[in-house]
Design a protein around this ligand. Structure first.
Ligand SMILES: Nc1ncnc2c1ncn2[C@@H]1O[C@H](COP(=O)(O)OP(=O)(O)OP(=O)(O)O)[C@@H](O)[C@H]1O
Length: 247
């Protein structure tokens, strides 16, 4: 049995708006096991962002339990939550969130700057390795403005990997990319997952689900479906089917 990286039990998140209470998550339970590639889907207002914020330790549930890598998140201080975020989760965003005027390698090194145990040399070596994993080592001295959208997202993926997180948490990570580049990025996620990296990908795009092992569909703050994908598509194959681009 694989270890559960994420354990969520009867999780609720309510927001108070004046006299009204919004029940954004209404008692959700699921586990994510090591090595899974899970898409969390749902239409607008279903609770995806609320779920993502809790999974990413950016917000706390109103009630219920959340455990990441055997750490109970309830009652942790803001500083402790920040440490968990930095050590255990690799974040990837729709808009890449790279520092402009800062080279790819320096962007990738950033999460390690907060880790006093990692020497300057080791920091550089780990950043180079992460850039190699995303196929971008030869662009390490380029700044974001000198890179395409897909390449910037690769830098962001390298940055998410550099701390050896227990899980990558992606928020609409292909939302700014054209179809071809989206498939390239999904293909990279599939390769990383094959190497054992656990991925949780939050999206409203149903197409993304066909590339993952499992899909959790939220509706009105509840889980509507939670299913294993018996027919996982290869993003590399989908990419090969696209018409050739003119050079
Ligand atoms: N800070 C907040 N205060 C009040 N209500 C909120 C807050 N955040 C979310 N909600 C409400 O909780 C529900 C779930 O919202 P959430 O943003 O999680 O949905 P979503 O699935 O991410 O939607 P979208 O795809 O449009 O981003 C909605 O009804 C929303 O209005």
């Amino acid at each position: 049995m694989k270890k559960a990286i994420i354990k969520i039990e009867n999780l609720k998140r309510e927001f108070t708006m004046g006299t009204e209470t919004v029940h954004a998550l209404k008692g959700i339970s699921f586990d994510i096991k090591e090595g899974e590639f899970v898409t969390i889907m749902g239409s607008s207002g279903s609770g995806k962002s609320t779920m993502l914020n809790i999974l990413g330790c950016l917000d706390q549930p109103t009630s219920g339990n959340y455990e990441i890598d055997s750490v109970k998140v309830k009652n942790l201080t803001r500083n402790e939550l920040a440490t968990i975020r930095n050590e255990k989760i690799g974040f990837i965003f729709q808009s890449y969130n790279l520092l402009a005027r800062t080279s790819a390698i320096e962007n990738v090194e950033l999460p390690l700057l907060y880790n006093s145990k990692v020497s300057t040399d080791e920091r550089r070596a780990r950043a180079i390795k992460a850039l190699e994993m995303v196929g971008l080592a030869e662009r390490m001295h380029h700044t974001p403005s000198q890179l395409s959208g897909g390449q910037q997202q690769r830098v962001a993926i390298a940055r998410s990997l550099v701390n050896n997180p227990v899980m990558i948490l992606a928020d609409e990570a292909t939302g700014n990319l054209d179809t071809r580049t989206s498939y390239e990025i999904m293909s990279l996620f599939q390769e990383l997952n094959k190497q054992g990296i656990t991925i949780t990908f939050v999206t409203h795009e149903p197409d993304i689900a066909m590339f993952s092992n499992r899909t959790i569909v939220l509706k009105d703050g509840n889980i509507m479906k939670d299913y294993t994908n018996e027919n996982i598509q290869s993003a590399a194959n989908e990419l090969a089917k696209l018409p050739k681009q003119d050079d």
